[in-house]
Ligand binder design. Structure first.
Ligand SMILES: Nc1nc2c(c(=O)[nH]1)N[C@H]1C(S)=C(S)[C@@H](COP(=O)(O)O)O[C@H]1N2
Ligand SMILES: [Mo]
Length: 416
């Protein structure tokens, strides 16, 4: 090992073992070095493996499953499941692990029998079949999708000892491909006062949301493909609305109608739900944009550190307002912070991966990440985040996630 890299490895960036973000991780520093034995000849070297398949599946040794697959006590089809953030890396969620949130289950829609109607304050009402939409020019973008209820368990008075995915996994990242909405709106010709578009889904929940026109013209699409393949039924097959940076529930799945009008619809989903009760007793409506947020996915809740040495702290950051500017990481519960490496392309309204090396000598530690977006929004502490809304209101919670590492290596959700 040269002196140069040796210096680099031991360059501390903040308290309690955070190393400079570009420090190299080497087996010697990881505490993993030592003599190794040649492995015995494995079975898979001596006999041919399984044949090819028509649709792939993960290794049986990789434990990949959605978490918190919870139904509603009065209607099991109304429920959600979370992405296991701690089992994944990078910024793309595989389609089989994209989080799910349905108000009335997953309809099984035959695309030949499904239509999207565009009507209301327009010069010409239009009806699109799945086939006809496939003929339009499309765009592909990487975006996050986050439920406004994501991380609500961290608003509970007692910290829940759960995984990163169980606590914060109502978020996923994908490459979405579809028809930019402005093509369809231009074709129909909006009337002058048509400031809102009311989107409705074809499922049994009657899910209806009002979206301000500027959001529909700026980046919204009728999404047809997700990570390269046709949408999964759970994600809205054959077509869904996708509004980047906004709470998941306005990205209406199984999209069947778009109605242009002067005012919002004040539908059930925007009166009885999806409003935020403020401290003064008033309710904030149409708080659509998702706030700046991040979460460390490794090490994270319920994991066990089984050696001392250098670890890579890694996680995801995102903001509905812009791209991510900086992610800071603390290993001492917020006393000191070091800047992490943003280690993915960093697009607006997309997941950004951050990484930073950390030397664990067995000391009790509290790991945190704090995201700052290009507009200067800073992710708040839990205390500050909870002050925004009245008690019991749990949408749009974006407080800093704290993971406690105890001297025995157990990692646990804590409030600091
Ligand atoms: N038609 C319809 N659209 C819907 C919903 C629904 O129940 N019905 N759920 C919404 C909610 S609350 C969220 S968070 C997202 C979830 O999208 P996903 O299941 O693809 O992750 O879809 C939204 N769109
Ligand atoms: Mo949601």
């Amino acid at each position: 090992m040269s002196n140069k890299s040796n210096n680099n490895e031991t360059q501390h960036a903040a308290g309690n073992g955070l190393l400079h973000r570009r420090s190299l991780l080497k087996a010697s520093a990881l505490g993993l070095a030592g003599g190794f034995l040649l492995p015995a000849k494995a079975d898979w070297r001596s006999v041919p493996g399984a044949p090819q398949s028509t649709y792939g599946s993960p290794s049986k040794f990789a434990d990949l499953r959605r978490e918190q697959t919870i139904g509603h006590p009065f209607g099991p089809a109304a429920g959600s499941s979370s992405t296991p953030l701690q089992s994944l890396n990078g910024t793309i969620t595989p389609n089989s692990l994209h989080f799910e949130r349905h108000h009335a289950g997953i309809p099984n829609i035959d695309p030949a029998k499904h239509f999207l109607t565009l009507y209301g304050d327009v010069k010409t009402s239009l009806r699109f079949s799945y086939e006809s939409l496939l003929a339009y020019p499309m765009e592909s973008h990487k975006y996050f999708l986050e439920c406004s209820g994501n991380s609500y368990r961290n608003t509970f008075p007692i910290a829940q000892n759960l995984t990163a995915g169980s606590l914060n996994g109502l978020i996923s990242g994908a490459e979405w491909t579809g028809v930019p909405l402005h093509y369809l709106l231009d074709e129909a010709g909006l009337e002058k006062d048509a400031n809102w578009i009311i989107a409705e889904g074809a499922d049994a929940s009657g899910h209806t949301r009002s979206i301000p026109l500027h959001r529909m013209l700026d980046g919204a699409m009728v999404a047809l493909f997700q990570n390269g393949e046709p949408l999964r039924p759970a994600q809205g097959y054959p077509m869904r609305l996708f509004v980047p940076g906004c709470e998941g529930n306005i990205s209406v799945k199984w999209l069947s109608a778009l109605k242009a009008q002067k005012t919002p619809a004040y539908s059930r989903e925007e009166t009885s739900k999806y409003t935020d009760l403020l401290k003064d007793g008033t309710a904030e409506m149409f708080s659509l944009e998702m706030e700046v947020k991040s979460v460390i996915t490794s090490p994270s809740g319920t994991m066990q550190l089984n050696r001392k040495g250098v670890y890579e702290i890694s996680g995801m950051a995102w903001s509905g307002a812009s791209a991510i500017r900086t992610v800071e990481v603390s290993a001492d519960g917020g006393k000191s912070w070091a800047t992490a490496l943003l280690q993915s392309d960093n697009q607006p309204n997309a997941l950004t991966r951050f990484r930073i090396p950390w030397q664990w000598t067995g000391q009790p530690s509290v790991l945190q990440s704090r995201a700052i977006d290009q507009k200067g929004n800073v992710q708040p502490t839990r205390d500050v985040a909870l002050q925004r809304y009245s008690a019991g209101s749990f949408y749009h919670y974006n407080g800093i996630q704290s993971w406690q590492v105890s001297s025995d290596g157990m990692v646990k959700n804590v409030y600091v």
